[in-house]
Design a protein around this ligand. Structure first.
Ligand SMILES: Cc1ncc(C[n+]2csc(CCOP(=O)(O)OP(=O)(O)O)c2C)c(N)n1
Ligand SMILES: [Mg+2]
Length: 361
């Protein structure tokens, strides 16, 4: 129903909770119980603190390259909180919060960015595919996974995230088209964070909205305020219902903003203005959701302080464990993609082995 009301071509964007934390349309407010609302807020806080700390660890030389997601908490947790744990998640590399909410431990998530291969090996029963750095590839993984779920008649929905820039990749077209034509149970979530490294969103495509790309594949598309967790939750719930009823895929464009750098190797001050960042800082998804919880008498400053303290301690303790785990073995880097290593990887293996032996001397 919501997809008919918010036509992506008419520039209508779904918002339920505005920037100040006020409900703009009471009829659309989802019925989420207090306990779950608090669980969502705890995860948002964990994601926010873990993200800020990861950047600091990297600056201290204790972590490898890291891709921050500050500002995108609602776009990720809003989606995952509307799904079941038996559903599947396919990610690019900025979905730290989505992964944590869907069952990846903070220890595992950190391990990956620490450079340890075991950070890609999630616990049994955690339905999350490994991080995908190749822009767009996860779209086809998701379509394939959803094809398998449908073929095996399993009640599973696959959700896949991609960035605004990623929607210009060939793989995006192939995967969404494939899912559309076969009515696969997939939700495509485009996190439009306005930038693809230093390429502004309007320089990557002439399309007015990214949600309207859905029209070409004959599937519903909707543009949602990605910093409004209630709106994201509502759109995802409807998309998941459609998928479970066999009605096929949906595309959700979450309009959001990457408040930090692209990665720890990037300096965003070169390509975007402080004014732009300030506008989006005021749209921070955490500020409005906290206000919503306070208005509902579920939250106060005392609870906030305790949560901040407890979460920071947990994050620091977890990272200590990651550092104690050290690096994975050389074999771990090469052993899990091919049954028999192709010649070029044998060459790389030998080269790296030699490098490590020389370093040890
Ligand atoms: C196939 C491919 N081409 C180029 C890159 C280099 N690259 C890494 S991130 C990125 C930009 C991605 O932008 P977007 O899809 O908007 O996602 P965001 O980083 O904003 O989350 C590029 C071009 C890559 N990883 N894979
Ligand atoms: Mg982007």
């Amino acid at each position: 129903m919501i997809f008919k009301k918010f036509d992506p071509l008419k520039g209508k964007i779904l918002q339920i909770l505005d920037q100040e934390g006020n409900i703009v349309d009471k009829t659309l407010e989802p019925k989420i119980d207090g306990e779950k609302l608090l669980e969502i807020y705890r995860f948002m806080t964990l994601g926010r603190i873990a993200d800020i700390k990861a950047l600091q660890f990297q600056r201290q030389g204790r972590m490898l390259t890291y891709a921050p997601n500050r500002g995108q908490e609602a776009a990720q947790i809003g989606v995952m909180s509307a799904l079941k744990k038996t559903d599947w998640l396919a990610t690019a590399f900025r979905e730290f919060n989505a992964m944590l909410y869907h069952g990846v431990s903070l220890y595992q998530a950190y391990l990956y960015w620490y450079g340890n291969e075991w950070g890609s090996h999630f616990d049994e029963g955690v339905n999350v595919l490994p991080i995908n750095i190749t822009i767009g590839a996860q779209i086809n993984h998701a379509a394939g996974l959803a094809f398998a779920s449908k073929y095996l008649k399993k009640d599973e929905v696959t959700t896949v995230f991609i960035g605004d820039g990623g929607t210009s990749e060939g793989e995006f077209h192939e995967g969404v088209n494939f899912a559309g034509v076969l009515d696969l149970p997939v939700i495509f979530v485009v996190q439009n964070n306005q930038w693809a490294i230093s390429t502004a969103r309007h320089k990557a495509t002439k399309a007015e909205t990214l949600a309207q790309k859905a029209i070409a594949y004959g599937i519903p598309g909707i543009q949602v305020d990605g910093n409004d967790i209630l709106a994201i939750y509502v759109a995802t719930s409807e998309a998941a219902n459609r998928a479970r009823e066999g009605k096929g895929p949906t595309l959700i464009e979450a309009v959001t903003y990457r408040l930090g750098p692209h990665t720890t190797s990037d300096d965003p001050t070169i390509y975007r203005s402080d004014e732009e960042v300030k506008i989006w800082e005021a749209r921070d998804p955490m500020i409005r959701f906290k206000k919503y919880l306070i208005d509902k008498n579920l939250w106060d400053e005392e609870k906030e302080e305790a949560l901040q303290k407890e979460t920071t301690e947990y994050v620091l303790e977890t990272f200590k464990k990651v550092e104690e785990s050290g690096n994975s073995s050389l074999e771990d880097i090469f052993n899990y993609t091919y049954e028999t290593l192709p010649p070029r990887l044998i060459e790389q293996y030998n080269e790296y082995k030699k490098y490590l032996e020389e370093e040890d001397k």
